[in-house]
Design a protein. Structure first.
Length: 676
């Protein structure tokens, strides 16, 4: 938890580098002036634009309900002062009665009734707020969930790779941040009210403002010397290798690794390594760095703060010795009680301001999502245009195309100076070893990314000139990257063409051509099956193997339906055939979309795709040449991000020591050995 004295020369001198527990922390150096008040004021004023937007947005969600909640918080802010005032009245009347030997029964009764009335009103307000707040919280959460959901769905891949998209944000914390804002307002009202009341009480008891300053001495010192990482721009990185090792091993308990761990019989190794990492980590603190940063306060300052908290007691003792008639028992009791409440409220307010600033930083991130601009810019040209609509597919030209993935730390380009032409209506096969750039090429054709340099031309126009929505409507992709949605199998297929989503016959035909109809029809719920239902359900202390009614109900809870990788690819393929039903598809891209199928299933899929060839350009990426190369109008052979050969199968087989010939021979040899 010590400061890192050996400064990293790569770190700017304007930054402070610390090691806190397992964390490496970088913060901007601060120059504290005016006992830090100026710095705190700047931080508070910096929050105001976000607070204004936040309050306006939440108010528009539920104006009437929010107004009543705010009024209830206002009542809570003045409640303590009212209760203290009435308690003071009761004690004063009782004290006078005890001195005179004749209590004023009516006055006592009125004061007690008034206090009970305030308590009853407070209870009623609290009861109502506890029921109204969840309604407002739900509305607020849903509003910001919709906002984030809509924005994230429209974020393109390069933006995600550039780390511009903050996908870790969740709307669940939004209402907590608004509550923090209301709490700060309530605490401010409480603090002002209590200070005014104590001042009035002190003056009426012949004590001046000095007593009030003594009351807030300790909280005031905490404000001046408060340290909080949340309030400073900072970067945190887990830097302890044993902690990182422990985290990695802990991750292996996730269900997605279960099959590999069981089949590999490696659980003992993992447990041994976990114990070793735990032992090496020892007592190194893994608390969040903000907590470790906050407790880095000197012993002297800690002692001074605690002594400041007892200055009022010193004031009482001094007056008891030198001016014993200055206090009454009631004034001592009320001053002590109100002082305790003020100190607690003041310190709580400081803490809540810190929480508010943290919350506004979070809200600034929320609102910042809307300001993120996608890297892939939309064009203005419609596709297909009037003259292009009659073309037999899409023509594609690549001119000196180079590409590197955003955020890539490699100096090697994914594509390097690639040029070729595909005529409309051609069937093209892309071949090459793993990492040769085939999948990158088809991602550029689908305009999931834009080239780093060079040009991709579609029907003679730069692909970036077209409207993205039109290009996507004209493209059907079947790739190894496609996943099943956490929806029904019917939806998984039907979403290939949402406008015909409800037509069961079209979905059935697409499933037939994609090869999914056979296994789906055997499932208990057929096309209504959801493979991995997203639901919250659990049981506790239920003997699921028992015969009790509760055990029977537990067995009815939804479970995961598992299908093979090949069957998943058949569903995705069926989605592609569903997309053909739109009538807008001009380009078909198949990137290893049959990698999990057996040879017979792959042959059937490719046959069905070829039958859909009319009016379409087709680009296939595959490691298994046999089903396609003899039908190909053009074969493009890639190696290390470059196009090394192109032509028909017959032409490429004639190139001595050619890359295509080598790949073909390797596959033929493997096939012959397997057959033998």
């Amino acid at each position: 938890m010590e400061k890192n004295e050996l400064r990293n020369p790569a770190v700017s001198s304007s930054l402070e580098e610390m090691k806190l527990g397992v964390w490496r922390v970088l913060v901007e150096r601060e120059i504290r002036t005016s006992l830090g008040f100026e710095m705190h004021w700047k931080k508070i004023t910096a929050m105001l634009p976000t607070i204004q937007k936040f309050v306006t947005d939440v108010y528009m969600i539920g104006p009437g309900l929010l107004t009543l909640i705010i009024l209830s918080k206002l009542w809570s802010g003045i409640e303590d002062v009212l209760v203290l005032h009435l308690a003071n009245q009761v004690l004063s009347i009782i004290e006078v009665g005890l001195k005179e030997g004749k209590p004023d029964t009516a006055a006592i009764l009125n004061a007690v009734v008034a206090r009970f009335l305030v308590v009853a009103i407070s209870a009623a307000v609290q009861w109502w707020r506890e029921r109204a707040t969840p309604i407002m919280e739900n509305r607020c959460t849903h509003h910001y969930e919709d906002f984030l959901f809509s924005t994230n769905l429209r974020t393109d891949l390069p933006t995600v790779h550039d780390n511009n998209a903050d996908n870790s944000l969740t709307a669940r914390a939004v209402w907590d941040n608004f509550t923090a804002l209301l709490d700060v307002a309530e605490t401010a009202i409480q603090t002002v009210g209590l200070m005014a009341y104590i001042l009035q009480l002190a003056i009426s008891s012949r004590h001046g403002p000095v007593f009030v300053l003594l009351c807030i001495g300790k909280p005031l010192l905490r404000v001046i010397f408060r340290r909080s990482l949340w309030e400073r721009a900072h970067i945190v990185e887990a830097a302890d290798p044993n902690y990182l090792r422990l985290r990695a091993l802990k991750e292996l308990e996730d269900n997605k690794y279960r099959q590999d761990i069981i089949s590999g019989n490696i659980s003992d190794y993992i447990l041994t390594e976990y114990d070793r990492a735990r032992e090496e980590l020892g007592d190194t603190d893994i608390s969040y760095p903000a907590q470790l940063y906050d407790i880095k306060r000197s012993l002297n300052l800690t002692v001074i703060m605690e002594i400041a908290g007892d200055l009022t007691m010193l004031y009482y003792a001094g007056n008891a010795v030198f001016n014993p008639t200055k206090f009454t028992l009631t004034s001592i009791a009320m001053l002590q009680h109100s002082e305790s409440i003020l100190r607690r409220t003041f310190y709580g307010g400081v803490k809540k301001i810190g929480e508010l600033r943290q919350g506004m930083i979070f809200m600034k991130r929320i609102y910042g999502v809307a300001d993120i601009t996608n890297v892939v810019k939309d064009g203005t040209l419609e596709y297909p245009g009037t003259q292009q609509s009659e073309m037999d597919g899409m023509s594609i030209d690549l001119r000196d195309v180079s590409f590197s993935y955003p955020g890539s730390k490699s100096n090697v380009k994914a594509l390097d100076d690639v040029s070729f032409s595909i005529k409309s209506g051609q069937l093209v096969v892309l071949v090459g070893a793993n990492g040769s750039g085939k999948s990158t090429l088809v991602k550029l054709l689908a305009r999931l990314y834009d080239v780093t340099s060079g040009q991709v031309l579609v029907n003679g126009q730069d692909i970036r000139a077209y409207k993205i929505e039109d290009l996507r409507a004209a493209t059907a992709s079947l790739t190894q990257d496609h996943k099943l949605y956490p929806l029904s199998l019917s939806e998984n297929i039907g979403l290939g063409h949402p406008k015909q989503f409800s037509d069961e016959n079209i979905i059935l035909d697409a499933a037939q051509k994609g090869g999914a109809n056979g296994f789906v029809s055997k499932l208990k719920q057929g096309f209504s099956t959801v493979l991995d239902p997203k639901t919250d359900q659990w049981s506790m202390h239920v003997e699921t193997t028992g015969k009790t009614p509760l055990a029977k109900e537990a067995q009815k809870l939804k479970g995961i339906v598992d299908i093979s990788g090949g069957e998943r690819q058949r569903v995705v393929a069926s989605r592609t055939f569903m997309r053909f039903k739109s009538g807008t598809v001009k380009l078909v891209i198949a990137d290893e979309g049959s990698s999990a199928l057996d040879p017979e299933g792959e042959w059937e899929l490719f046959k069905n795709l070829r039958e859909e060839r009319q009016g379409k350009t087709m680009v296939f990426v595959t490691h298994r040449f046999g089903h396609l190369t003899k039908y190909a109008d053009l074969i493009l052979c890639m190696k290390d991000g470059r196009l090394v050969e192109s032509g028909s199968h017959e032409e490429l087989m004639k190139i001595p020591d050619g890359e295509y010939l080598k790949l073909y021979d390797m596959q033929a040899k493997a096939f012959s050995e397997n057959a033998a």
